[in-house]
Ligand binder design. Structure first.
Ligand SMILES: Nc1nc2c(ncn2[C@@H]2O[C@H](COP(=O)(O)OP(=O)(O)OP(=O)(O)O)[C@@H](O)[C@H]2O)c(=O)[nH]1
Ligand SMILES: [Mg+2]
Length: 399
């Protein structure tokens, strides 16, 4: 049988610039939204932006903008309008009425990608819970009933069969899922305890930075990695030995800005591995023009998880793909992000007064991966020595 696959849905992307935001920021955000949309199986046709002081409470963007978008939608056969921010249930309804196409927001899009990617029952339960919690206040959308049967972005998962049922049934389902999750959590925490006191290292970072690629490289395992957002949803744990020092390395779901709150809540147990780890390896995609903002998002998420005080190694990955524009000496315009060379960045990030270690690598070409191994060895050894003060035979051989 030949799989033809569904035709890509024709999508438009909409974002607003609020006061205090730079205009260039919104372009970056919509770039990411576009990547998310493609990951979900849409074809982004056009981006709309608007400067507003505060988003319009009825339609998010202003009236004139809605009219402009509506015209585009009808002239270009648009299937779906994707907003970069979370819309309130009433905004969602008003916009659907005005545009006469399906409307979803960033949260819904992310939930949809998660639903499409969840493989294990644990991940599926967590995503389903987050989806129901998102769905509950939004049950009365205009298009939902019409289009549920056909499926499509924002409609995968629990909605397909149960949208027609009432809120009470969804509430029951939510409590059931919570109970199931509690059971899985207990099982998993028992499993973690059974692993004994081995040092635990967690790979963390923004989505698509190369965490799984690095996991595969360090543990010689085969974790799914690809150039899409959220390739990994579950946590994988592998035993890694460097020199003669064994430790556990975990790879988990990537972070993203504006990660839906419900999703963070329901993924708490997946992220337990991060919370309980002894050492964090924060992987950064140095070839991404907004890598510094991504670092901030990851740091904030770690703080939310209560994991920001752990020993840390920052791994700047993808040095092979790094590029920058050389600035002429007589060019007096301000130095922009894109003007820093790798050497400049190393100087900034590797200064010795930092409490964390940094290393620049390419998981693809394997450049400098040995240095990362050495740093890992040193840092794991420190923890190991604290934990087993009398047991130093492990690393005696390697000096
Ligand atoms: N050029 C380059 N690409 C890399 C490097 N490391 C990883 N990649 C690519 O980056 C993409 C994402 O890699 P993953 O390992 O799936 O990233 P991840 O952080 O696990 O992503 P999620 O699980 O989706 O959060 C893949 O296409 C990799 O091949 C690198 O050092 N250089
Ligand atoms: Mg991954």
């Amino acid at each position: 049988m030949i799989e033809t696959g569904k035709p890509l849905e024709r999508a438009i992307l909409i974002g607003v610039i609020t006061s205090g935001q730079e205009e260039t920021e919104i372009e970056d955000y919509l770039e990411e939204l576009s990547f998310l949309a493609e990951t979900a199986g849409a074809k982004p046709l056009k981006r709309f932006t608007q400067k507003v002081d505060i988003p319009n409470p009825r339609t998010f963007v202003g009236k004139g903008k809605i009219e402009e978008i509506s015209l585009y939608v009808s002239e270009n056969n648009v299937d779906i309008a994707i907003f970069d921010d979370e819309l309130s249930p009433s905004q969602l309804r008003n916009i659907e009425k005005a545009l006469e196409c399906r409307v979803i927001d960033r949260t819904n899009l992310i939930l949809d990608i998660f639903a499409g990617r969840a493989r294990t029952s644990h991940a599926r339960t967590q995503v389903e819970l987050a989806q129901y919690q998102y769905l509950l206040p939004r049950l009365t959308g205009l298009w939902t009933h019409l289009e549920r049967q056909r499926g499509g972005i924002g409609l995968r998962g629990p909605g397909e069969t149960e949208i027609e049922t009432d809120r009470r049934i969804i509430r029951d389902r939510i409590s059931l899922l919570k109970e199931q999750l509690k059971k899985i959590d207990t099982q998993m925490s028992t499993q973690r305890k059974n692993r004994g006191k081995m040092v635990r290292v967690a790979l963390v970072g923004y989505t698509n930075v190369g965490k799984s690629t690095l996991m595969n490289l360090l543990s010689k395992s085969d974790v799914f990695a690809e150039n899409k957002l959220f390739a990994t949803l579950d946590t994988t744990v592998r035993k890694v030995v460097i020199g003669n020092l064994p430790f556990l390395l975990s790879d988990t779901v990537g972070f993203i800005r504006k990660l839906p709150h419900d999703l963070v809540e329901s993924f708490k147990s997946t992220l337990d591995e991060v919370r309980e780890s002894d050492l964090l390896v924060h992987v950064v995609d140095i070839s991404h023009q907004n890598f510094d903002e991504q670092i901030t998002v990851v740091n904030e998420t770690l703080r939310e998880l209560g994991a920001s005080e752990k020993p840390l190694i920052i791994v700047f990955n993808k040095t092979d793909a790094f590029s920058y524009t050389i600035k002429d000496e007589d060019d007096l315009t301000p130095v922009l992000k894109g003007h820093y060379s790798l050497e400049d960045l190393k100087k900034t990030w590797m200064s010795s007064d930092k409490y964390y270690k940094t290393v620049f690598i390419s998981a693809k070409t394997k450049e400098n991966v040995d240095e990362l191994r050495n740093i890992l060895y040193e840092e794991v050894r420190k923890i190991h020595v604290q934990r087993y003060p009398y047991n130093d035979f492990l690393y005696k051989a390697v000096t």
